[in-house]
Each structure stands twice: as C-alpha cells, then as structure tokens.
Design a protein around this ligand. Structure first.
Ligand code: SF4
Ligand code: SF4
Length: 345
C-alpha cells in the first residue's frame, strides 16, 4: 500500500451519474451488506455492497430500478418503506412487473435496455417482455406501467432520467467497441444522430427509407421532424436508424388501408365533388360538412380486411371523392395514418 498522500479517489463514472440522479430526486444512497436493496420511506436507499453483487449487477441499474419502483407506486410513495410494497406479498408482484415494463420502456430508447436489465429472481418476466413493454394487453401490470411512464415524463423525473440515461449512453458509445463479448457494455446499442436507435442492419441507408423525402433543400427525415419545425436533413448514404421502412408504393395499400380506416376520422366531400351525386347514399351531413362516414372507424366504401385473399379496396375507387384521389401514397398524411393504426412508429 502506498504511503503517499492521496487526495482524489477513483469512482466509477456510471455510479457517479446515478448517485447524482438519486440525489437530485432527494434520495440518499447508503451501501450496506445488510440489505440487497431497500428504501426506508424517509429518503434513504440502502443498496448492497458491490462485493455482494451478481456479476451483472451494477449500482446504476439498482438505483434506476428503485426510481422506477417509486414511479410505479406513485409520487406519494416516497413516504412509505419500500415504496409501499412487500416482496413477500404475492399480490404485490404486479408492481414488480410494472416496474420491469417501465424500466424497459425508459431505457430502451437510449440503447440501454439490455444493460439496465433487472437481475432479481423475476428476471424471466423481464426476458419475456415484448419489444414495446407498454403496449396494451391482458397483463394488469401494463396499465400501471403506462401511468408510471406518464409520471416519468413530468418534473422532477423527466429531466433527471433523461440526463442520466443520456450520460450513460454516451459512456456506452465510448466503451462498446472495446468491451469483451461477455461485458454488459457489449449489449448496449448505438443511436443514430437523430435520436433513434441505429438499425441492426449496416446495409440499410436513409436514402432508401420511406421517411426520407427529397425537396429543394435536399433529403429530409419526416420521422424525426420536431413539432412545428422543419424535418432534419439526412444523407442518402447514411446508415439507417431502426425506424427505417421500405419505400411505400401503391401495392402496399392492399394490406394497409390506414387512410380509409382508423388513420383518419372521416373524408370531407365538397359541394362540387361528383361523388355526392354518384353515391348520395354514402354521404352524410356532419357538423355542417358533407362527409363519407366511418362507423367503427372504417369507411363505408372500404371492403376487405387486408388479408392476401381479401385486400383492402375502395368499392368506388374509380369514382372516389376528390380528397381520396389527391391522397398521396408515401405522402406525409399516408405516413401519419400508418402511424396512427400502428403500422409505423
Ligand atoms: S427514419 Fe429513415 S430517413 Fe429517418 S433517420 Fe431513420 S432511416 Fe434515416
Ligand atoms: S395509408 Fe398510405 S399505404 Fe396505407 S392505404 Fe393509405 S395511401 Fe395506401
């Protein structure tokens, strides 16, 4: 052991990031061999010493997991030991599962879902989560996780979590290339400069993506357009992000039909549109406007269900309303409709 005076101590950078996250949320982290992870209901998290960690445990994930438990339990749970749940009460397991879903949903966009994986006995639940852990389904944990996700988008959580996950992702970008295959860092994912995760295919390029559109100012990405701003520029030979989609052509309408069903509420038919005289039985007056209605979200002129044998098809395609005629396959409205029905992200 050196006898020289030591002023500065080495600290793991990801530990620092997450200790700061805890502090900014009013939580003090204590290390102890007495508990794996517990919360006293008074602002102190006790987390096991690193000596008792499994090889894939890290302080960052454990602090993040506790913050997710807090979000799942609701803001007032800060005053309750272990966020008001007991790991010996089977009926509380739903909150553990909701915590998994939230943890995956929050870390995924930063390429950290595998890195931030839960390491407890409930890991099989984590491993079985679908790509979108918040998608509606039968699991009662989903609704709880969806509510917690909303809370995570509000102060003080949103800024703390975004900053901490972003900083962890920056470190992941720096070390992924030198990490051994069995390192947790090797399962982090890189992100495209526009924010989405990088495509797992190195062959895909922005130039072949449905979301890329050419204009006077060059190629721009509609997928990453911030509300009220212009779409960001992309290069055609730039590696694609995971939102890449094949360019759409009119044949794609057969199994899509998004614009004729839940993608939009109705089709307006102008006074001079021949459709009104040709098909008066299909036109209704709605809030002072003539429209083709969509009972149950589906246009009355649409037939088929998108299956290969029964593709979506407009029963009156040749004489369809002008608004439908003007609708452009792969245009902004087409992509919006596909997003609304879940065919695009
Ligand atoms: S959505 Fe398409 S154009 Fe936009 S960054 Fe991703 S691959 Fe490139
Ligand atoms: S949303 Fe686009 S791809 Fe889908 S049916 Fe309408 S035009 Fe075709």
């Amino acid at each position: 052991m050196s006898r020289r005076p030591i002023v500065h101590h080495y600290q793991d950078p990801v530990d620092l990031i997450w200790l700061r996250a805890a502090a900014d949320l009013g939580l003090e982290v204590q290390r102890s061999a007495e508990a794996y992870a517990s919360y006293d209901g008074k602002g102190t998290l006790t987390i096991s010493d690193a000596a008792d960690f499994d090889a894939d445990d890290c302080l960052a994930q454990m602090i993040f997991h506790e913050i997710c438990h807090w979000l799942v339990a609701g803001i007032r749970a800060r005053d309750q030991p272990d966020w008001g749940i007991s790991n010996t009460n089977k009926s509380d397991l739903i909150y553990e599962y909701a915590c998994h879903r939230l943890q995956a949903a929050l870390s995924g966009p930063f390429g950290l879902r595998a890195f931030m994986a839960v390491t407890t006995d409930w890991r099989p639940y984590w491993d079985a989560l679908p790509e979108n852990p918040l998608k509606d389904g039968d699991d009662p944990a989903i609704a709880i996780a969806q509510t917690a996700f909303q809370l995570a988008q509000a102060p003080p959580f949103e800024s703390v979590l975004t900053r901490s996950l972003s900083a962890t992702a920056v470190i992941a970008d720096a070390v992924r290339g030198v990490a051994q295959p069995n390192s947790l860092w090797s399962v982090t994912r890189s992100r495209h400069r526009l924010g989405s995760l990088m495509s797992s295919s190195e062959a895909l390029r922005c130039g072949s993506c449905a979301w890329a559109v050419s204009g006077k100012s060059g190629l721009r990405c509609r997928q990453h357009k911030p509300p009220g701003k212009i779409a960001p520029s992309v290069c055609s030979d730039e590696q694609a992000c995971e939102r890449w989609e094949r360019k759409l052509v009119s044949e794609d309408c057969a199994d899509c039909g998004a614009c004729c069903r839940q993608g939009f509420d109705l089709v307006a038919v102008s006074a001079r549109d021949p459709f009104r005289k040709l098909h008066p039985e299909l036109v209704q007056l709605h809030n002072g406007e003539h429209i083709v209605p969509r009972p149950g979200g589906i246009c009355v002129a649409l037939e088929g269900d998108g299956a290969a044998a029964t593709p979506y098809r407009c029963r009156h395609y040749a004489t369809r309303p002008k608004n439908c005629e003007d609708f452009e396959v792969a245009g902004d409205a087409c992509l919006l409709a596909r997003r609304r029905v879940g065919l695009s992200r």
